[in-house]
Write a protein that binds this ligand. Structure first.
Ligand code: NAD
Length: 278
């Protein structure tokens, strides 16, 4: 059991990547406080794990909700070893010149301010404890331009930056702070963008598999859950401030078509010469 005797809080835990991490963490011996705003789905999901999980309503844009959820987890478990902050939305979509200010602010509130509250209150209990692992969901859209809407890209770049900065601050306290930059994975969020139907996970998987640099292999919630498990466990005990990609190599240039210059040809030299013998 890779998380034996550990206790976690997962935001956005009722769906998608958060839910996959909840399942993975519990399978490895952890108990989890599942936080979300989808109360019915969250309660139902938590009930499937009996005393290994409980549900807590927590809107990550409300600092008191995050603070209270962290306190509730500590009260129930006696300690908090892992916070996996996965709550998120796609947010405002469209050209910068016409993005409505209130949609921008709503997006930043969920995606960035929510991350601030999660890091802040995780640090509040973990630093005095002298141990802990905090993991936030960033995105490939937080590493490269053009992969997501503007507010989403801005917030996810900020998550990567905040992960480095808070990682630096908390290193001496024994608290590790990392993030995961996933490409599109087959979750309800991505299914709704790709197929218009958040429940069409099979459709999302097929669409993603058809364009994957790892041919035929779609990104799955389990891939992120496994990355989160590594960062949550003591196996990553020497890693902090890091953003781990789960993206089939996309951010290092991998494409479905493969690389340029992949086939052998005689060496290309100065002034249009080729080959070594002339
Ligand atoms: N799915 C992907 O391909 C992908 C890729 C990169 C990054 N991400 C990031 O991973 C995270 C999870 O995405 P997902 O695909 O699992 O989405 P999802 O929609 O399946 O799950 C997100 C969960 O967050 C919850 N949530 C939304 N707003 C909230 C709020 N204000 N307070 C509390 N909970 C709230 C939702 O109710 C939902 O249960 C997000 O931060 C997303 O940006 C996803």
């Amino acid at each position: 059991m890779r998380l034996a005797n550990k206790f976690a809080l997962v935001t956005g835990g009722a769906s998608g990547l958060g839910a996959a991490a909840v399942e993975r963490f519990i399978a490895e011996g952890c108990a989890v406080c599942i936080c979300d705003i989808q109360d019915e789905a969250g309660e139902k999901f938590a009930a499937t794990f009996a005393d290994k999980a409980f549900y807590r309503h927590c809107n990550v844009t409300v600092e008191d909700h995050v603070s209270d959820a962290v306190d509730a987890a500590v009260e129930r478990f006696g300690q908090l070893d892992i916070v996996f902050h996965s709550a998120g939305i796609v947010g405002a979509v469209g050209p910068i010149a016409t993005t409505p200010g209130d949609e921008w602010r709503f997006s930043i509130d969920v995606l960035l301010n929510g991350t601030f509250y999660a890091l802040k209150h995780a640090a509040r209990v973990m630093a005095p404890q002298g141990s802990g692992s905090i993991i936030s969901m960033a995105s490939t859209a937080g590493l490269m331009g053009g992969l997501g809407p503007h507010a989403y890209a801005a917030a996810k770049h900020a998550v990567v930056g905040l992960t480095k900065n808070v990682g630096v601050e908390l290193a001496s306290k024994g608290v590790r702070v990392n993030a995961i930059a996933a490409a599109s994975m087959a979750t309800p969020m991505v299914a709704s963008v790709l197929t218009g139907d958040p429940t069409d996970l099979a459709g999302a998987r097929a669409t993603l598999a058809a364009v994957s640099p790892l041919h035929g292999r779609a990104g799955l919630p389990e891939d992120v859950a496994n990355a989160a498990l590594y960062l949550a466990s003591d196996e990553s005990g020497y890693t902090t401030g890091h953003t781990l990609t789960v993206d089939a190599g996309f951010t290092v240039g991998a494409t479905f078509e493969g690389p340029a210059f992949a086939e052998y040809a005689p060496i290309v030299r100065e002034a249009g010469k080729s080959g070594l013998d002339d």
